[in-house]
Write a protein that binds this ligand. Structure first.
Ligand code: AMP
Length: 277
């Protein structure tokens, strides 16, 4: 496994790699969710490149950029076990020099859900991915369904800017009690961790209500909200039932639809979603 810390070295390696190349961008502090992307990347490619970069431009003021969990040593052990070919860990100063000024904006879809709650977040996400795609030049890049809106936004950028790579979605990996794996779960206290299972309980409740014949999305949304509010530690940011493509809220359910939410436990903000079938 090669560890590459700068852009010119990455480009040099790139020219010698066996194609097709699968790419897994991450912010590190890896868990089984990330590793499932790496495994998926292995199935369709000859070479797998993983990046670890905590991207400052996707964090808003007052968010957790400074204290985002980091454990590079452990990450490298896990990636070595997964037979990763190259780990790209660029430096902040090289990706964002003082005179950096060009950003990519994927438009309307970034104004909804996560974009509405975290202004500027997707501009940062899309910009860093455009840069990483230009540097690594992968044939395919792998992203988790856990960040459903991120997937849509990236697909939009790739289509709009005619980028020559395939975006592949990988299902959400959960702990046995249903909580979606996330680097941010580490912030939770024991009580918050227990309460956080309410996200997946509320999502599966929506599927249950739909299966039982309820097709009014506001009725389902309100029942989900009541369920979540039973957990006193949960502070709802949004619960959404939206079109899977446009992310516009819908009145009547006509699957597939995206049921998604953001809920805070203390300062820790968790997101999760399912696609109603
Ligand atoms: P992050 O390091 O949080 O930026 O995540 C890097 C990639 O891993 C993104 O494509 C995420 O959607 C994906 N990911 C994070 N958590 C999970 C999970 N529990 N299951 C599947 N993919 C995940």
């Amino acid at each position: 496994m090669e560890i590459v810390n700068n852009i010119s070295e990455m480009r040099q390696h790139r020219s010698q790699l066996t194609t097709p190349i699968g790419f897994v961008p991450t912010m590190g502090y890896l868990h089984e969710g990330h590793l499932s992307l790496v495994r998926e990347a292995h199935t369709g490619n000859k070479t797998v490149v993983v990046s670890i970069f905590v991207n400052p431009t996707q964090f808003g003021p007052g968010e957790d950029y400074k204290k985002y969990p980091r454990d590079i040593k452990r990450d490298l052990v896990l990636l070595e076990e997964e037979k990763t070919d190259i780990v790209f860990m660029p430096q902040d100063e090289e990706l964002y020099p003082e005179n950096f000024s060009s950003y990519v904006d994927a438009g309307e879809i970034t104004t909804r859900l996560e974009g509405a709650s975290r202004p500027g977040h997707f501009r940062g996400v899309v910009t860093i991915l455009a840069k990483l795609f230009n540097i690594v030049q992968p044939d395919s890049a792998y992203f988790g369904q856990k960040d459903a809106q991120q997937l849509l936004v990236i697909r939009k950028m790739v289509a709009d800017l005619n980028m020559h790579l395939e975006i592949i979605a990988v299902p959400t990996v959960r702990t046995p009690d249903g909580l979606a794996m996330s680097s941010r779960n580490t912030y939770l206290t024991t009580k918050q961790r227990r309460a956080a299972t309410v996200l997946y309980r509320a999502l599966t409740f929506s599927q249950y209500l739909w299966d039982g014949g309820e097709n009014n999305s506001e009725t389902i949304r309100q029942q989900m909200i009541s369920l979540i509010k039973k957990e006193s530690l949960a502070d709802i940011d949004y619960v959404s039932i939206a079109d899977v493509e446009t992310l516009k809220e819908i009145d009547e359910i006509n699957p597939p639809v995206l049921v998604s939410m953001a809920v805070k436990f203390g300062k820790t903000r968790l997101i999760d979603n399912i696609v109603l079938k």
